[in-house]
Design a binder for this molecule. Structure first.
Ligand SMILES: Nc1ncnc2c1ncn2[C@@H]1O[C@H](COP(=O)(O)OP(=O)(O)OP(=O)(O)O)[C@@H](O)[C@H]1O
Length: 500
């Protein structure tokens, strides 16, 4: 018997009981109807619901939300619009490269401009489309071309289906004598029928490209034909374009940037977005000059600008008076210290709100923001440590063991000795001391340890290594790795070395 089948305690038929859940929860709470005896619940959620709500609409603080207003980005947005307006005149817009550090609003601004462009093109009935590709996810030439080909094939199919339905209407009108054949582009009904046959044949040929398996040339050909199927201007937005170049070189960009000379009906323009200012150094000079016809830079936000951005969102996201006055300035100040990242600022504000909600506080205050800052930092560390390769985890664990045993500012030799022992215990290959030194430098770059080179006079130079992350949490993350979990049992042996 499932929970749904079971009879209710007060004998109410299940259907009626289900409907009682459809009642607005707040009304129910106010009327005191949902007490323990009525509902049979033990009040697990009642306490949580009874406090004043903090959020009115939390979704607007999530990264997936596209804001309608983007304060402090009007210069960049206007510049993009000035370039892309060519598409609405049926001309080819210059290619655009957008640069800026993470969280500076590049994607949000580009998406905003694309939406406006597509809407205006519909309004004036000018064929213009924007296709967005995130190259962090779609990172090979094959996948980029296949994804684009399939989008255009889908659009072409929809276009042909609309045409077929129009032709069916026209045929009917001519047949019934409502419209004279001379008033149509066709001589007679036979002309309409042969056009229908032609279009149906084309529709049949429109097959999606598989996501693997074809030679790249064939995928390119399908993509090319799908774009050129009808007259239009296409803007291809390649977000995180540097990831594509890093992973699979500049062939895709080379092919896309030379397409226009071969297209008959359509025109293609590329909009590349990158966090990495230097990625064009790796491009073929022809691709570099074609892609960077126009460049737009998104500078980091300062604390005042972040404050405005947060205020705009907070007005929609939070209940009135849920935030104390210092919350937004503090979130803005923390995020400004971290290279002016709006995503970080919004994360902080949302997390602070969630912490306040969890502690059933009526307001979000400064203490919640500080706790949120610690939590986000810890989450980052946990994620970085969790995804380290096993060898780096072993090196890090060695440093933790040394610190836990009161050995601070350890040197590479000490780390290496413990590391060797751990490798034996977990049956891992032992790397050379030189490789271990490299792994320590990587951990330093990730901000997990701090390694400074100190001179020991005539004994040469060595590294003094200390942990930059909280020891307990980091250890717990390492031990959660199944390969390292055995280490827990051997800790006493390692400890014994220090006790002697
Ligand atoms: N001027 C702004 N006004 C309102 N929200 C903004 C503004 N700039 C950025 N944001 C918000 O900050 C977050 C990050 O922005 P976005 O994704 O556009 O950054 P990005 O520069 O593309 O970063 P990345 O390079 O990491 O992808 C998004 O939630 C976005 O809505």
């Amino acid at each position: 018997m499932t929970a749904n089948d079971s009879p209710s305690e007060d004998g109410t038929p299940n259907e009626e009981r289900d409907q009682s859940f459809a009642v607005d929860v707040e009304d129910v709470l106010e009327d005191g109807m949902l007490d323990e005896t009525d509902s049979g619940s033990q009040g697990l959620f009642d306490d949580l619901l009874s406090g004043e709500p903090i959020f009115e609409n939390k979704e607007v603080l999530r990264p997936s939300y596209t804001p309608h207003e983007l304060p402090h980005r009007s210069d960049q947005i206007n510049k993009m619009a000035t370039i892309l307006v060519a598409a609405l005149r049926g001309e080819t817009p210059s290619n655009i490269l957008i640069y800026g550090k993470t969280g500076t609003g590049k994607t949000a601004s580009a998406k905003f401009v694309s939406q406006e462009l597509e809407q205006t093109s519909k309004k004036y009935d000018v064929p213009c489309e924007v296709e967005y590709i995130n190259c962090e996810v779609t990172d090979t030439q094959y996948r980029v071309l296949a994804q684009l080909a399939n989008k255009f094939i889908e659009q072409n199919e929809a276009h042909v289906e609309r045409r077929l339905s129009d032709l069916a209407d026209l045929r009917e009108a001519v047949e019934e004598g409502v419209t004279a054949a001379e008033a149509t582009p066709f001589e007679d009904i036979g002309g309409i029928d042969s056009r229908v046959d032609e279009l149906e044949g084309e529709l049949e040929d429109m097959e999606p490209v598989p996501m693997t398996g074809w030679p790249t040339d064939r995928v390119y050909k399908e993509f090319f034909e799908a774009v050129d199927y009808r007259e239009r201007v296409v803007v291809i937005m390649l977000d995180e374009i540097d990831k594509l170049v890093e992973k699979s070189g500049d062939d895709t960009l080379y092919n896309l940037s030379r397409m226009n000379s071969e297209l008959d009906n359509s025109r293609v323009s590329i909009m590349g977005i990158s966090n990495d200012l230097k990625f064009t150094d790796f491009l073929d000079p022809r691709v570099k000059s074609s892609l960077g016809e126009e460049e737009i830079v998104f500078p980091p936000y300062d604390a005042n600008q972040l404050r405005d951005i947060l205020q705009h969102r907070a007005d929609i996201a939070f209940e009135d008076a849920a935030l104390t006055d210092d919350v937004i300035p503090l979130c803005a100040a923390f995020a400004a210290q971290e290279h002016g990242d709006a995503r970080r600022a919004l994360d902080l504000l949302r997390t602070a709100g969630e912490l306040a909600e969890r502690s059933q506080s009526e307001h979000v205050d400064e203490s919640h923001v500080r706790k949120a800052q610690d939590k986000i930092e810890l989450d980052r560390v946990v994620e970085v440590v969790r995804t380290l390769p096993t060898q780096s985890k072993l090196v890090l664990f060695s440093i933790i063991l040394l610190e836990k045993n009161g050995v601070h500012n350890v040197n590479t030799g000490e780390v290496f000795n413990i590391y060797k022992r751990l490798c034996e215990e977990v049956d891992a290959d032992v790397l050379t001391q030189r490789r271990v030194t490299d792994l320590i430098s990587e951990l330093d770059m990730l901000g997990i340890v701090n390694a400074i080179v100190v001179s020991k006079g005539r004994y040469g130079r060595t590294k003094e290594i200390s942990l930059s992350v909280p020891i307990e949490e980091t250890e717990a993350v390492l031990l959660a790795d199944s390969r390292l979990s055995e280490i827990e049992e051997i800790q006493p042996f390692v400890q014994a070395r220090f006790d002697n």
